[in-house]
Design a protein around this ligand. Structure first.
Ligand SMILES: Cc1cc2nc3c(=O)[nH]c(=O)nc-3n(C[C@H](O)[C@H](O)[C@H](O)COP(=O)(O)O)c2cc1C
Length: 323
């Protein structure tokens, strides 16, 4: 049933900030959104509102944390509790050298016991059941039994939601970008996980689009879309209908005027214009006028255009008259 299925937008550092999420929320009310990754210590020792503040409209919203220490993870999640996120997710998929040095991310797949301890500690301290985002394996640890043992162990500790990037990671020799395209996708392993652990919620990630949602529905519990959401945010205009909503599809002219209002509120709070414009660049990608739109946004961000310029006036006219 569509209502139980998850369609989500992936955590993406430097992309899925609150402004991108707000724009996506104007386009789809029901897609589940994820924050950028936040390291446990940044929440414990830093100014948490810098990482945690969001607009109430963004929900359903998940916070993604990175942690390798049960007690730090528990303290970080406790710190985030008052913000009322709908889900807290643990990053067990990132292969970057910096993340590896911290002992977080994909290298934790080799230590399911530690991940279990993190899941238990967070639950005991906060009552939050972490969801886990991981890969199908790493380096030579890439057999199905390695993956299944990881999931089984962590599920025994109480985790119920597993979001699986359907490719393995190489911890050496590939940077994070190459690690998102060079290792081939292995969706069959994710389907098999769902068959072997039917009681768990299994979401597939890697090379998905909004359109994949229906195709994947018979095999897994949902789809998480990363790059395609950034590249084609407007593709999510059909998402609510796929998720069973009967409300009207979003209209780009209305989305733009609502975003303009948001942009003005945020600017009044001191947020830089360039940061607020960044999520809009791909809104007309691949359509007539799409390049001109990007150029105009760029000029606006550089201060070459009137800062009070009306976004709607900059938009390709045909595309906003589509309805
Ligand atoms: C710019 C960028 C930043 C990312 N940052 C994170 C992150 O903070 N946490 C995480 O778990 N994955 C991160 N990822 C990985 C995505 O969440 C996703 O797993 C990956 O891009 C594969 O999905 P896709 O093929 O739909 O893009 C990032 C990906 C990109 C492109």
């Amino acid at each position: 049933m569509a209502a139980d299925r998850r369609l989500s937008i992936a955590p993406m550092l430097d992309r899925s900030d609150r402004h991108f999420r707000y724009l996506l929320r104007l386009i789809s009310k029901k897609t589940r959104l994820y924050s950028e990754m936040v390291v446990d210590r940044a929440l414990i020792h830093g100014e948490p509102s810098r990482h945690l503040d969001y607009h109430p409209a963004e929900r359903p919203l998940a916070l993604q944390i990175a942690s390798a220490e049960p007690n730090l993870a528990a303290r970080a999640v406790a710190r985030a509790l008052p913000w009322g996120y709908d889900e807290v997710n643990l990053n067990v998929g990132c292969p970057s050298q910096r993340v590896q040095r911290g002992g977080f991310g994909v290298v934790l797949m080799r230590d399911p016991k530690r991940v279990s301890e993190i899941v238990r500690a967070v639950y005991q301290e906060t009552g939050v059941r972490l969801s886990i985002k991981h890969r199908v394996g790493l380096d030579g640890d890439d057999g199905y039994s390695f993956l299944a043992r990881f999931v089984e162990t962590v599920a025994l500790a109480g985790a119920e939601v597993f979001i699986v990037h359907a490719r393995k990671a190489w911890t050496r020799g590939l940077d994070p970008k190459a690690n998102r395209s060079v290792p081939p996708l292995q969706p069959e392993k994710v389907y098999r996980l769902k068959r072997d652990f039917p009681e768990l919620t299994v979401v597939i990630n890697g090379g998905m689009t909004v359109q994949s949602f229906e195709r994947q529905s018979s095999r897994v519990d949902g789809v998480m879309v990363g790059r395609a959401a950034w590249e084609r945010p407007w593709s999510f205009a059909v998402a609510d209908r796929l998720l069973g909503a009967t409300t009207e599809e979003a209209d780009r002219a209305r989305v733009l005027s609502a975003y303009q209002q948001y942009l003005e509120e945020m600017r009044a709070q001191g947020v830089r214009l360039a940061r607020l414009l960044k999520p809009l660049y791909n809104l007309f990608k691949g359509e007539p006028g799409g390049r001109l739109w990007r150029r105009r946004l760029h000029e606006l961000a550089q201060g070459a255009q009137e800062p009070s310029a009306d976004l709607l006036q900059l938009a390709p006219l045909e595309a906003t008259r589509e309805k």
